[in-house]
Design a protein around this ligand. Structure first.
Ligand code: 2IT
Length: 445
């Protein structure tokens, strides 16, 4: 395989899909050596098959806003790869969503889900609809209109959506409610559901908890732990919240969160009731995190800035793709950062990632670090299939052991001769090997 040849063919076929091409380039670059050691992969044209989604649904979503005006949005579901299980992955509702965004997310999801040890394939979907600033009835009408199109293409053993950016408990409720009405079955073709109707305990916390379990393992390799370490977190949503909870529990001090308006630096640490307060920031209009500094006067709000300016031991991007660039990476490194773990999907630009790896920082990519979210979705599917509900302890313990197993896979495939663990390579190769072998075993389909 020549990565450049495959990529230029892909660029010609999909011009302008920058995020998708970025995600593919990152994976292909790190699996190239292993790929070339296995002639059967080339013979079965695994790469050529793996980089294109199995299929994509795109549809128009028409709904009526509170003023009686008709609104038109775009809806998508990318069923990327089902070699190891039903398509599984979230829906993103955000004004920036394009097909390129969802193809990159679906591609990443395929490898991430392979790492979880559970039988799930990769998928992703969403819309350019943004719930921010909309009333709950508008969100409900949009979700219902979206599901009117999507429902025929999903099911408990074919494709199981969940939340992502802009799709939380409220949206999942409306989406799943409409799905059930149309499909006339109650098999849990959605994860992240409310606890009253088939959801799993610990799913809301799972992405953040899992990320911190993974970071704990990374520190163990260097013979240390999180106690007393300072942490910069970006974002303010569900993922940032879960990460702040667990980081604090493990003895670290979280000093930042951020929103589209800027970031908060709280020298006293964001802990206790301040973490609960994060949940209130979501509905608070244009300025998302700014009100934090009014409520807690020791905190400083930096408008329009990113938290990567701060000197911290650990940086956890928890917001959106490419939120950390080379300049941010260089500053963090200069300031002595020990560990950077991507919690958002592709949170770092390629040159930022390269900078961390080159400097041998403890650095791990989103598909390993944030896999606890979808892993716990997998546990929700198991509970639904068995018609039971596990205790929080049971789910948390399974989540913890899955994160340890992902970390082991990264070591197995990513340990370099000098002992440095290249988690990017480890995660990509481990995920790829599993999917590739499953594809070969199942023939040309
Ligand atoms: O990026 C992700 O892994 C998610 N948004 C969660 C997907 C899921 O199916 O729980």
């Amino acid at each position: 395989m020549k990565v450049d040849n495959i990529l230029s063919a892909l660029e010609a076929k999909h011009p302008g899909e920058h995020e998708y091409l970025q995600a593919v380039r990152e994976v292909l670059t790190s699996i190239e050596d292993v790929y070339n050691q296995h002639p059967e992969f080339e013979k079965h044209r695994i790469i050529e098959r793996l980089v294109e989604p199995d299929r994509i649904f795109t549809f128009r979503v028409t709904w009526v806003d509170d003023k009686g005006n008709i609104q038109v949005n775009l809806g998508y579901r990318v069923q990327f790869n089902n070699a190891i299980g039903p398509y599984k992955g979230g829906l993103r509702f955000h004004s920036s969503v394009s097909l390129s965004t969802l193809k990159f997310l679906g591609f990443e999801q395929t490898f991430k889900n392979a790492l979880t040890t559970l039988p799930m394939g990769g998928g992703k979907g969403g819309s350019d609809f943004s719930p921010r600033g909309k009333s709950s009835t508008e969100v409900m009408r949009f979700c219902q209109a979206f599901m009117l199109e999507l429902w025929r293409n999903i099911g408990p053993d074919t494709d199981v959506p969940a939340g992502d950016v802009g799709v939380g408990a409220r949206e999942v409720g409306y989406l799943y409610g409409m799905y059930k009405k149309l499909a006339r079955e109650n098999t849990g073709t959605f994860t992240g559901k409310g606890l009253e109707y088939g959801g799993s305990l610990v799913r809301p916390e799972a992405t953040g908890y899992g990320a911190l379990y993974f970071v704990e393992e990374m520190f163990k390799v260097r013979g240390t732990d999180l106690k007393g370490k300072t942490v910069a977190i970006s974002g303010f949503g569900n993922v940032a919240w879960g990460a702040a909870l667990k980081a604090t529990e493990l003895g670290a001090k979280v000093v930042t969160i951020s929103g589209p308006d800027g970031y908060i630096f709280d020298p006293d640490g964001i802990s206790g009731e301040k973490i609960d307060y994060m949940l209130e920031l979501r509905g608070s209009g244009e300025d998302i995190v700014a009100p934090y500094a009014e409520k807690y006067p020791n905190a400083i709000f930096h408008r329009g800035k990113k938290p990567w300016m701060e000197k911290v031991d650990i940086a956890l991007p928890c917001a959106i793709q490419n939120e950390m660039n080379k300049e941010d990476a260089d500053r963090l490194i200069e300031n002595g950062v020990i560990c950077v773990a991507e919690v958002s999907n592709m949170g770092c630009t390629t040159d930022a990632t390269d900078a961390f790896v080159e400097k041998q920082i403890l650095y791990a990519p989103g598909k390993a670090v944030n896999a606890g979210g979808v892993a716990t979705s997998g546990l929700e599917m198991s509970q639904n299939a068995m018609h039971i509900q596990w205790s929080a302890e049971e789910v948390d313990q399974r989540l913890h052991s899955i994160m340890c197993s992902i970390h082991e896979q990264c070591i197995r495939f990513g340990k370099e001769k000098d002992g440095y663990i290249n988690y990017v390579k480890g995660a990509n190769v481990a995920g790829f090997m599993k999917v590739a072998r499953a594809m070969i075993a199942q023939g040309v389909i």
